[in-house]
Design a protein around this ligand. Structure first.
Ligand code: GTP
Ligand code: MG
Length: 578
C-alpha cells in the first residue's frame, strides 16, 4: 500500500478518535432545545481540532485562558437543564456547559468573558451555617441553591451527564471483540480510554481554581498541568500533575534596563532552591488544605526527589500532585506531545501497551518498584525509532531542527527540541498489529542486563549503572527514569512480553474467529498475577490463560500446525531475561 494512502487512512481514524472528533456525543444542550439552540453556535469549540497544528505552548495558553472564564457549580439533585441554563445565562453569554456526576451533580460552565463571572460572584453569598462556620473564601466554585422549591428542579433528573471515568474492562473487551482487525482494536482502546474534551477542561479548571489560592501569596504565579493530563497520552482517571510556576515573579524573562543602577527585591534567603521549593509547597499545601473548597486528604511529600503535595479534588474526582520548580518535567511533557503528533500510530500503540501493562499488573497507580507509564512510553518511542525505516525521529534529530525560540537550557541541561515539527511522513508502512508484535518481540529479547534505552540517540547504549532497567532521562542524561524498577518487576515484564508475542503469533487468535482474539486475548483479567498477588501463579511455566486459549483454539478446530510454526515465539521461552 502506498505510504500516502496508508497514512491518510490512519489520519482519518486518528481525527475521529481525538477529543472533539465527530464521533462524540455533543454536550451542552442534550435535553433542551432552547439551551441547545443557544449553546450550539459556540459549544464544542473544537479546541484540539482547530489547534491540532498549534504548538504545545499555544494550546496550553488557550486552555488556561478558557479555564479562567469557567466556573464549577454543584447542582441540586433534580436540576433541569433548561432552567439551569436560563438562570446562568442571565449573567452573560455561555459558550459551553456540561453536567457530570461524582458525589452529586456538577456543571462546568464556560462564559464568553470574565465579567460574567464577576457578576455571578457579586450576587453570590457566603453560606451561614447552623452548627459550623464557613471560611469566607470567594472562589469560582459555587453551590446552586433552590430559593423556591420547584423553580429550578423537577422531580426527575433531566440533565444529560457526561461520564468522567474510565471504561470498565469488560465493556472494553466487548468492544474489542467487535473490531475487525488488531489495528482497529488498538484504535478502539485509544478512543475509549483517552481523556475527553470535557475531562481536559475540568483539569485546567482545577489548576485555575488552585491558582487563585496560590495567588494570595504569589499574585503572578500560574499553576500548569503537566504529564499525561496534557501530553496526549492521558487516559480517563489518570492523576493531575501540576506545576506551580513562579518564573514570572522571579523575573527570569525580564530584560535588563540601562543606567548606572539596577534594582532587586529584598528577599528572605534559604539554603538552597530545594529548601525554597519545600517551604513554598508546604505553605501553599496548607492553604489548599484549609481554604480550597473540595480539596481533601492533603499529604505533604516534601522529602521526595521532587517535593510535592498530594490531595484529592473531590468535585472533579481527580487525584492531584502539585510540584514546584519542575521545569524539566514540563519539557518532557512537551516532548511527548510533539512525538504524539508525528504519526497516528504513536498514540494508538502507547495506549495499547499501557492498557496491556495495566491488565497484566506490570504498572500500578501505587508508587513502587514497577515500571511507570512514563517509562513504558519511552520504551514505545524507542521501538518506533528503531523500526526500519524509523517511524519517529530521535531527540537529537528534533534538536537539530530547533529554531532560536526552541532553545531551552534548564539547570544546565539542554532541553532544546523543535516545537513546530515540519517533517515528511515516515516511509514506514507497518501496521499497528506488526508494531504491537514488534514491541513484544523486541522487549522479550532485549539485553536489559547490558544495554540502556536512549531516545536521544535512538540506539541502545552500554548501561552506565547496575539498575535492572535503564532508560536514560532524555534531558537529565545522567539520570535513569526507571531507577525504581527491581529485577522481579523487570522479569515479569519480559515474561509477559514473551507470552504476548507468542499469543499474537497464533493464527487462530489473530482474527475475529476466536473469542477473545487479537489484543483482547492479551487483555484478559486474571492472566499473570497482579503485583503482590499469588506467588504460586508466578511459578507456573505458562499461565492458565495460555492453556485455556490453546484449549479454545483446539475446540475451534484450528489446526495445531500454527502452534509449531518455525518462527513461533516458543523460542522466547527458552531464553533468559538477564
Ligand atoms: P500517568 O500519571 O501514569 O498517566 O502518566 P504520567 O506521564 O503523568 O506520569 P507521572 O504522573 O508519573 O509523571 C508526570 C510527569 O513527570 C511525566 O509525564 C514526566 O514528564 C515526568 N516524569 C515522571 N517520571 C519521571 C522521571 O523519572 N524522570 C523525569 N525526568 N521525569 C519524570
Ligand atoms: Mg501523571
Amino acid at each position: 500500500m502506498a505510504t500516502s494512502v496508508w497514512l491518510r487512512r490512519l489520519k482519518v481514524a486518528e481525527r475521529l478518535l481525538r477529543p472533539g472528533g465527530s464521533y462524540r456525543r455533543r454536550s451542552g444542550g442534550g435535553g433542551s432545545v432552547e439551551a441547545a439552540s443557544v449553546v450550539d453556535g459556540s459549544e464544542e469549540p473544537d479546541l484540539p481540532e482547530k489547534t491540532m497544528a498549534k504548538s504545545f505552548s499555544a494550546l496550553q495558553a488557550a486552555r488556561h485562558e478558557q479555564a479562567e472564564r469557567t466556573i464549577l457549580v454543584s447542582c441540586p439533585p433534580n436540576v433541569t437543564e433548561k432552567k439551569f441554563y436560563q438562570y446562568l445565562a442571565s449573567y452573560g453569554t455561555i459558550n459551553k456547559y456540561f453536567f457530570y456526576e461524582t458525589f452529586g451533580i456538577y456543571a462546568l460552565v464556560e462564559f464568553s468573558d470574565k465579567e460574567s463571572i464577576e457578576a455571578v460572584q457579586n450576587s453570590s453569598t457566603i453560606p451561614s451555617l447552623q452548627h459550623e462556620c464557613a471560611v469566607p473564601f470567594k472562589s469560582r466554585f459555587f453551590n446552586l441553591r433552590n430559593k423556591h422549591v420547584g423553580s429550578l428542579t423537577s422531580t426527575h433528573p433531566s440533565v444529560p451527564q457526561l461520564k468522567q471515568s474510565v471504561i470498565p474492562p469488560n465493556e472494553l473487551l466487548l468492544k474489542l471483540s467487535g473490531a475487525k482487525s488488531i489495528d482497529e482494536q488498538l484504535f478502539t482502546v485509544l478512543k475509549e480510554s483517552q481523556l475527553t474534551e470535557e475531562n481536559t477542561r475540568l483539569r485546567f479548571l482545577v489548576c485555575s481554581l488552585l491558582k487563585e489560592i496560590a495567588a494570595a501569596y504569589f499574585p503572578e504565579c500560574s499553576i500548569k498541568p503537566f504529564g499525561s493530563s496534557v501530553n496526549n497520552f492521558g487516559k480517563m482517571g489518570c492523576d493531575l500533575d501540576m506545576f506551580l510556576d513562579l518564573d514570572s515573579i522571579c523575573g527570569r524573562n525580564n530584560t535588563k534596563t540601562g543606567g548606572a543602577f539596577s534594582m532587586e527585591y529584598q528577599t528572605k534567603r534559604v539554603a538552597s532552591e530545594r529548601v525554597a521549593t519545600q517551604s513554598i509547597l508546604s505553605v501553599i499545601g496548607e492553604c489548599i488544605d484549609q481554604f480550597a473548597p473540595g480539596c481533601t486528604g492533603m499529604q505533604k511529600i516534601l522529602n521526595a526527589r521532587c517535593p510535592l503535595v498530594r490531595f484529592s479534588h473531590q468535585p472533579s474526582g481527580l487525584q492531584c500532585d502539585l510540584t514546584a520548580n519542575n521545569r524539566i518535567a514540563m519539557r518532557s511533557t512537551e516532548l511527548l506531545y510533539v512525538y504524539s503528533n508525528i504519526d497516528p500510530r504513536v498514540r494508538a500503540l502507547v495506549f495499547g501497551i499501557r492498557c496491556w501493562a495495566r491488565v497484566q499488573g506490570i504498572t500500578s497507580s501505587i508508587p513502587g518498584a514497577w515500571i511507570t507509564n512514563f517509562s513504558l512510553t519511552m520504551m514505545v518511542l524507542f521501538l518506533l525509532q528503531k523500526r526500519n525505516p524509523p517511524i519517529i525521529p530521535t531527540l537529537d534529530q528534533l534538536k537539530d531542527q530547533a529554531e532560536e525560540k526552541d532553545k531551552h537550557i534548564i539547570e544546565s541541561h539542554d532541553c532544546t527540541f523543535v516545537s513546530d515539527i515540519k517533517m515528511k511522513p515516515s516511509q514506514n508502512t507497518e501496521t499497528l498489529e506488526e508494531l504491537l508484535q514488534g514491541f513484544f518481540e523486541f522487549y522479550g529479547s532485549f539485553a536489559f542486563s547490558k544495554m540502556s534505552i536512549n531516545i536521544r540517540k535512538g540506539k541502545e547504549q552500554n548501561k552506565p549503572e547496575a539498575s535492572p532497567l535503564h532508560i536514560q532521562n532524555p534531558f537529565e542524561q545522567a539520570q535513569n527514569v526507571s531507577k525504581n524498577v527491581n529485577q522481579t518487576q523487570l522479569d515479569r515484564f519480559v515474561t509477559a512480553a514473551r507470552e504476548s508475542a507468542w499469543i499474537l503469533q497464533q493464527e487462530g487468535l489473530k482474527y475475529p474467529k476466536a473469542n477473545p482474539w487479537g489484543l483482547a486475548a492479551l487483555l484478559l483479567p486474571n492472566s499473570q498475577s497482579s503485583m503482590g498477588k499469588s506467588k504460586k501463579r508466578r511459578k507456573q511455566p505458562a499461565s492458565e490463560r495460555i492453556k485455556s486459549l490453546l484449549d479454545s483454539l483446539k475446540t475451534n478446530k484450528q489446526t495445531t500446525d500454527h502452534l509449531n510454526r518455525p518462527n513461533g515465539v516458543r523460542k522466547f521461552f527458552s531464553t533468559v531475561a538477564r
